[in-house]
Design a protein around this ligand. Structure first.
Ligand SMILES: Nc1ncnc2c1ncn2[C@@H]1O[C@H](COP(=O)(O)OP(=O)(O)OP(=O)(O)O)[C@@H](O)[C@H]1O
Ligand SMILES: [Mg+2]
Length: 306
């Protein structure tokens, strides 16, 4: 801190006080989104919390007593072998599946079954493991469809093109143009989604999920099936999304190398159970994770090979 030379001590105290206030304001501005989480009893409220979620299909246990807390502003990966229950978990969070047991807390609300109709209003958006774009529509139109739920004007008002409907139309187009620019899709925005390389289509799907500025974004294998170059590009876009919009991101991904570099914390599922949950370093050296991925425990091997 700089000292102000004055004749009296008061001016010095005042200068210090002002500086502290300015410092606090700068810190508040620069604070990561996690610091903005609502506080209950002094503790930050997770954006998403799963409490003892279990789900089975006939005799198959897809999820077995899963607890998970996702903090505001974090990138949280869910990893695990095929059939481990990763997509089922996202389907429970987004209300597509009703768990047999357990509760899902989204912000301050707690659900036995998340209402899909309120998902957008709850600030949640998602992408799917298999692309779900309108392949015959241009990129821009695909992205605009992600904004639709934010519109208040009903179908009839839209048909009649009332001022409110026109305003919302302009708003959704502007928001879509913004996110298209953010994800570097400008050059293809008038092209049909179906004709684009797979990695670009994945980016369009990300844009569509992001256009409504969700607080929580659920991405089911956003990097699957793309080339190495596209994968690195997409991973950077996901990271930028969190940094630019403060979006909390839960993502499923098989590429451990990418996951380790991208995530703040990683939860590992195996046969529907959560077998590990921690920072990339913690998970990397977790014996249960090594066993699940390699099948057998190798004597003296303590690190996950990535
Ligand atoms: N709708 C369903 N009907 C019947 N079984 C289901 C259904 N959804 C999931 N399952 C079963 O639940 C288990 C977990 O599946 P899930 O799709 O959640 O796994 P996953 O970890 O996403 O796998 P992958 O990495 O292959 O995508 C699997 O045995 C799967 O066959
Ligand atoms: Mg899956």
């Amino acid at each position: 801190m700089s000292l102000v030379a004055t004749s009296g001590g008061d001016a010095l105290v005042l200068a210090r006080t002002h500086e502290r206030a300015a410092e606090a304001a700068r810190e508040a501005e620069a604070a990561p989104p996690a610091a903005e989480a609502a506080l209950v009893g002094g503790a930050p409220v997770p954006v998403l919390q799963l409490e003892g979620i279990s789900l089975s299909f006939g005799g198959i246990t897809a999820l077995d007593g899963i607890d998970l807390a996702v903090a505001n502003g974090e990138i949280r990966a869910i990893i695990g072998p095929n059939g481990a229950g990763k997509s089922s978990l996202l389907n429970v969070v987004s209300g597509l599946y009703r768990p047999d047991r357990g509760m899902v807390r989204l912000g301050s609300e707690r659900f036995a079954h998340v209402p899909t109709s309120r998902l957008a209003a709850l600030g949640v958006a998602r992408t799917f493991q298999n692309l779900a774009l309108f392949k015959g529509l241009p990129v821009l139109d695909n992205v605009i469809t992600g904004f639709v739920h934010r519109r208040r004007a009903g179908f009839v008002r839209q048909i009649l093109s009332t001022p409110q409907a026109r305003r919302e139309e302009a708003e959704s187009r502007a928001a879509s143009e913004d996110v298209i620019a953010f994800l570097h899709l400008d050059a293809v925005k008038h092209q049909l989604a179906g004709g684009l390389p797979y990695g670009v289509q994945k980016r369009v799907e990300l844009a569509r999920a992001l256009v409504a500025r969700p607080q929580l974004l659920l991405l089911d294998e956003p990097l699957a099936g793309v080339t190495l170059g596209e994968k690195q590009e997409l991973a950077a876009h996901i990271s930028n999304t969190r940094d630019a919009y403060g979006t909390t991101i839960v993502l499923i991904e098989h590429d451990i190398g990418v996951v380790m570099g991208l995530s703040d914390r990683i939860a590992v599922l195996d046969y529907g159970r959560k077998i590990a949950d921690g920072t990339p370093d913690e998970v990397r050296s977790d014996q249960a994770v090594i066993d699940a991925y390699l099948g057998v425990a190798h004597e003296g091997e303590t690190e996950l090979v990535v």
